[in-house]
Design a protein around this ligand. Structure first.
Ligand code: ADP
Ligand code: ADP
Length: 227
């Protein structure tokens, strides 16, 4: 469980990106942060893994303040997926995915086996293993990004507009794949999007943010639809 408690972020130039946000993000569910561009979604996500420090307030994971753990330990417990996947361009698909297990000290052989298993899990043809990111479609790259984020089997997955750059049909497939993976693995997923349709499709809980970084609503999709 991630608890965001009365968190605000004011950037150095005075911009208030997040304004007294409180949210409880349960385990084994997909919580979506949705709202227009600039409403503080990315800032909130990055405060969870401490790429950005809050100006005030506290974020806890399983009751423990995220500031109490070394940042590397914290980030190992959180997979991170971004738009355009952010893949290592000079590494093959297999090596992109195997990088994290290797950093954790796994043998090359075991890391590669793990990578192959993850490729299967996210629906990537084994023949893609030796390709480089530029030889893949946008949707395939996103699958690699998801596989890489899952590689260390983190309990938490942070996803920032992961499917926004692909066309609607591929996007739909990726959403379904994510729901399937979530059904099997049961992570705590925090998913950022500006697209309310996407939020309603994949979210168990939806946090609607408005410009200025305030929480407008935090509810299940059916409540959002009927409001
Ligand atoms: P995305 O829209 O994909 O989340 P970014 O995370 O790079 O893109 O930026 C999000 C918003 O924050 C954008 O509106 C961008 O202009 C703004 N932004 C990013 N960095 C800065 C900065 N250093 N100063 C002011 N605004 C910034
Ligand atoms: P979203 O992800 O919802 O598009 P962001 O969290 O990226 O929103 O940005 C929230 C607000 O903070 C925006 O007004 C953005 O321009 C501003 N912002 C983001 N990064 C910075 C930064 N490094 N310095 C100043 N302002 C920033």
């Amino acid at each position: 469980m991630i608890a965001i408690e009365d968190v605000s972020k004011r950037y150095a130039d005075g911009t208030v990106a997040v304004d007294r946000l409180s949210l409880q993000i349960p385990d084994r569910s997909i919580t979506v942060l949705v709202g227009p561009s600039g409403c503080g979604k990315t800032t909130t996500l990055r405060m969870i893994n401490r790429m950005i420090e809050p100006s005030s307030g506290t974020i806890r994971v399983d009751g423990e303040d995220v500031r109490s753990r070394p940042v590397n330990t914290l980030r190992r417990s959180m997979g991170y997926v971004i738009q355009n996947a952010g893949l290592f361009q000079h590494r093959t698909v297999l090596d992109n995915i195997a990088t994290v297990p290797r950093l954790l000290g796994w043998s090359k052989q075991r890391a590669r086996e793990r990578a192959a298993e993850l490729m299967e899990r996210v629906g990537l043809d084994p023949a893609m293993a030796r390709r480089y990111p530029y030889q893949l479609s946008g949707g395939q790259q996103q699958r690699v990004g998801v596989a890489r984020a899952l590689a260390a089997d983190p309990p938490i997955l942070l996803m920032d507009e992961p499917f926004s750059a692909v066309d609607p049909v591929v996007r739909r497939g990726l959403q379904e794949e994510l729901l399937r993976i979530q059904g099997e693995l049961g992570k705590a997923i925090v998913f950022v999007t500006h697209d309310m349709d996407e939020a309603i499709t994949i979210g168990d809980r939806i946090a609607v943010l408005r410009t200025g970084g305030r929480l407008a609503q935090f509810a299940a999709p059916d409540e959002i639809l009927s409001s």
